[in-house]
Design a protein around this ligand. Structure first.
Ligand code: GDP
Length: 535
């Protein structure tokens, strides 16, 4: 490798930070995203992203939604520059869009931002996504939003994270008051108080006034009681709170915590500045050829998401690839590890807002969208140079199950071809009853939309009309140790056993409670919410 190329790669990696936001619907992800873009100068007036998102929410017909949505297709990655860094924000679809893609996106993220509504604290979708981050051991930044409204106390919120997620917290800033009495935050990095000013719905970057703790105007500016409360809180934090530890943050064991109000822009810049300082740059990744550094000179990457365009007039599919090492260049020819074929990457696209730009080059930490004429599947590696294969992306615990029926026997072949191709592509998980007499595939998904996509595509691409029969289960667990382990425990009540696509046993439960019962009755039975990798 020429030293010039080496420097080019190093510089690109140093510059990049990539992250995904994990949150529960309504915590303010769209609002925060928009404000981050505002600070990044990618948009000049907030409102554009939001308008489309709310349009989407009121549309009940998902097909229409798909055509209009723009947002989840086009914002798969938002790229913006801030303080000489290039930030890649990976979209994690929520709401009705919640699907396995939401989990898979975290496989491509180097950092996560856990966004919580400060009035609500931890919510279900956030917890699930957190588990995936924990598995990957990536840094997690916490942002408590909506401090301009009545909230839970900051100490309570931190305690919840510590107790329930087992994650140490370090408050980087601390709120002063809340709701109508929200006065701002104390930044422990600079030891300054940043005063909150209500802007007109935060359309422009907020004016930031910072004063020091010793400022004589402080009691008057803050309100005496709030000032004393702050002093007391800070004493508690300094006294019993853990010390700042960047190492632990990078290992995903400690979360730096921020408070603010995305809607009014408050705290967004403080967050962004600290994020840039603490976040991990693109790092090494395990592969079949050992751990590869981003400066490895050959291009490598893996597919983490596939997007099928639902509009029959434009039946293109896009495969989203996370660049892991080397440099991507338009028109390059790469090897496809799973099939051993050569693929020319002729129409790469970087997707930003509504415009699809063609990307000419991309570096580690970037995401590119490739036109995918059915070549790529989730988890596929592409590479130049010697053969490299990254660890696959596991299947995540489905929560919705349904028999998929083909009422027309003459369509038997198309039906099975379609089901197997859609499974391979990662559109849905397929399971089968352990009872050989029941041959219909069971669709297993994390979001309702996945079923609709499967049915729609079977009809449009394979010309097969199908019926769905929902099954009354909501929890799935893979049995570690396989059929042998399962036989040892004997008959299990309140669960059914099915096989995944590789014939491995999976237990389905009606609810968490039934799962817990079995776990307490059979402590030796080891169950996993995430499928073991490999077949
Ligand atoms: P998402 O579902 O997580 O993308 O959430 P949105 O960004 O769509 O926000 C949900 C609702 O919360 C919207 O009505 C926002 O205007 C509101 N919201 C977002 N951030 C704040 C905030 O900081 N303060 C207040 N009061 N409302 C907010």
């Amino acid at each position: 490798m020429s030293t010039e190329f080496h420097t080019e790669l190093q510089t690109a990696v140093e510059k990049r930070r990539n992250f995904a936001i994990i949150s529960h619907p309504d915590a303010g992800k769209t609002t925060l995203t928009e404000k981050l873009l505002l600070y990044g100068g990618a948009i000049h007036e907030a409102g554009a992203v939001k308008a489309r998102a709310s349009q989407r929410k009121v549309t009940s017909d998902w097909m229409e939604m798909e055509q209009q949505r723009g947002i989840s297709i086009t914002s798969t990655v938002l790229q913006f520059e801030y303080r000489d860094r290039q930030i890649n924000l990976l979209d994690t679809p929520g709401h009705q869009d919640f699907s396995e893609d939401t989990y898979r996106t975290l496989a491509a993220a180097d950092n996560a931002v856990m966004l919580e509504d400060a009035a609500k604290g931890l919510e279900p979708q956030t917890r699930k996504l957190f588990e995936v981050c924990r598995m990957r051991q990536i840094p997690i930044f916490t942002f408590f939003n909506k401090l301009d409204r009545p909230s839970r106390t900051p100490l309570e919120l931190l305690d919840e994270i510590e107790q329930e997620l087992g994650l140490q917290t370090y408050a980087v800033n601390w709120p002063i008051g809340m709701g109508d009495y929200f006065k701002g935050v104390f930044d422990r990095r600079t030891q300054k108080i940043h005063l909150f000013e209500r802007t007109e719905h935060g359309k422009k970057a907020a004016k930031d006034t910072a004063i020091s703790l010793g400022d004589p105007r402080i009691e008057e500016l803050l309100d005496k009681d709030l000032y004393y409360q702050l002093k007391e809180d800070l004493e508690v934090l300094e006294g019993v709170g853990p010390e700042f530890d960047l190492e632990l943050i990078h290992q995903g064991k400690m979360t730096p915590v921020f408070f603010g109000s995305a809607m009014t822009n408050f705290g967004v810049q403080l967050f962004l500045d600290a994020f840039l300082e603490y976040a991990l740059k693109p790092g090494e990744r395990k592969s079949s050829a050992g751990s590869l550094k981003p400066s490895y000179p050959e291009f490598t990457g893996f597919v983490f998401k596939l997007q099928a365009n639902m509009d029959p007039k434009h039946r293109d599919r896009v495969a989203f690839v996370r660049v892991c090492t080397g440099k991507f260049e338009k028109d390059m020819t790469v090897n496809h590890a799973r099939t051993g074929k050569n693929v020319r990457l002729s129409r790469p696209q970087k997707l930003f807002a509504q415009d699809r730009d063609v990307v000419d080059v991309a570096y580690p930490g970037d995401v590119i969208g490739l036109n995918n004429p059915g070549v790529f599947a989730i988890g596929d590696t592409i590479y130049t140079g010697q053969k490299v294969e990254y660890e696959g992306i596991p299947c995540f615990s489905p929560e919705l199950f349904a028999y998929l029926r083909n009422p027309n026997p003459s369509k038997f072949k198309q039906f099975h071809k379609g089901v197997s191709e859609l499974r391979e592509e990662g559109a849905v998980q397929i399971m089968y009853s352990a009872d050989e007499a029941k041959r219909d595939p069971i669709l297993a998904a994390v979001g309702q939309l996945q079923f609709e996509v499967v049915q729609f595509r079977l009809l449009n691409e394979y010309n097969v009309e199908t019926h769905i029969e929902m099954l009354p289960y909501s929890v799935a667990r893979w049995v570690l140790g396989g059929w042998e382990a399962l036989e040892k425990v004997g008959r299990l009540f309140n669960s059914v056993t099915v096989k995944d696509n590789w014939g491995r046993p999976v237990l389905l439960f009606k609810n968490e409670w039934n799962l817990q019962q079995i776990q307490s009755d059979h402590p030796d039975l080891k169950l996993s919410a995430i499928a073991p990798l490999g077949s």
